[in-house]
Design a protein around this ligand. Sequence first.
Ligand code: NZQ
Ligand code: ZN
Length: 393
Amino acid sequence: MNNFKYYAPTEVIFGRDVENEVGSELIKSEATKVLVHYGGQSAIKSGLLERVKKSIEETDIEYVMLGGVVPNPRLSKVREGIEICKEEEVDFVLAVGGGSVLDSAKAIAYGAVYSGDIWDFYDGKEQITSALPHGNIITLAATGSETSSSSVITNEETGDKVGVNTEYGRPEFTLMNPELTYTLPPYQTACGIVDIIMHTFERYFSPGGVNDMTDEIAEAVIRNTKRYGTIAMENPDDYDARSELLWSGSLSHINLTGLGRVGDWASHRLEHELSGMFDVAHGAGLSAIWGAWARYTYEEAPERFIRMGENAWGLDLKELDKKEAVETMINTVVEYFKTLGMPESTTELLGRSLTEEEILKLADNASKAGNKTLGSFKVINREDMINIFRMSV
Ligand code: NZQ
Ligand code: ZN
């Protein structure tokens, strides 16, 4: 087990009706003026936004609203939010929605206390050293942004989709009501299930010696997500299934499944290039790329795939040789994603094959023109990225 530090300061308030506690949570956070940030229609249609407003109106706290966050949240919306926060002297940012809304809210929180341009943080020119406090009501089990330190923003002018990790990204609180996820379209539920599994895989398929506690937590997250994912797809209003998924989403990205390991994250970085270029859903992009990544890299440590297959996917691989065992495990995962309606290739993701020109551009972007490698399980360079994208079609 490698040395590690663990810090997860977000207060988690979980269960039915918890969104109605938002007013009292804001009082605890000493908010006086809040930016309520949300997405397109879902939080309006479900009545969630009205309940949030009501809860805040029962306090002395003022608020301003900013909606319109789209999936793969845009830099322009973040800039709009920062301007509002500065003009209105907002001192707390409240996100109501999925991971895109939460990520946009985090970026606004960083930019509201910064005099330069917010993109400086995302293109690595500057480090984040302060932020407005922020919290959220999460409506989609997927990204784990509700407790994570990350925020991923798309610069729509350049097509760059970039994540930033900082302790200032940790929300003060998250209100997690599984019932709020009942209204998700099946496609978004499925994308979320893939993302939860992938956040766990990214940490599991990584170098390191014995790390059984962490590995077993990871295997439990996968077993649980797979089992309850199937149930939630069949019965969207199953409270238990939605609860298990929502909590697994947080657990998968709060780093409990990666303590003492150095995560890989290559599949995520390659996917961010796909969703930056083609504006596809993150979970679907991961589903399209993971099989190719796994087949390209497994020889680094086939035993990790075999252990994952046996402990989390219920496979009996003892009679098979290593190559067959790994192939069986990878096929099982890809088949599971397919049962959710997720793509098994970039061709299925996009409805056409990637062109050679696009593959080169994706690899150039991901490798910063050949100057950057990705991954830790297998360190991959630009050539490897090209090979993985070619294998993904
Ligand atoms: O805009 P509305 O109308 O709310 O619709 C959204 C959106 O169209 C809808 N939705 C959300 N909650 C709903 C709902 N529809 C009905 N009922 C509900 N309860 O779902 C659609 C997708 O929402 P989005 O927020 O984009 O999805 P997700 O939560 O999967 O977030 C994806 C974004 O997060 C980033 C991804 O790259 C992507 O940009 N990630 C963020 C991470 C983090 N901050 O830690 C880690 C992840 O690896 C990921 O990269
Ligand atoms: Zn993800």
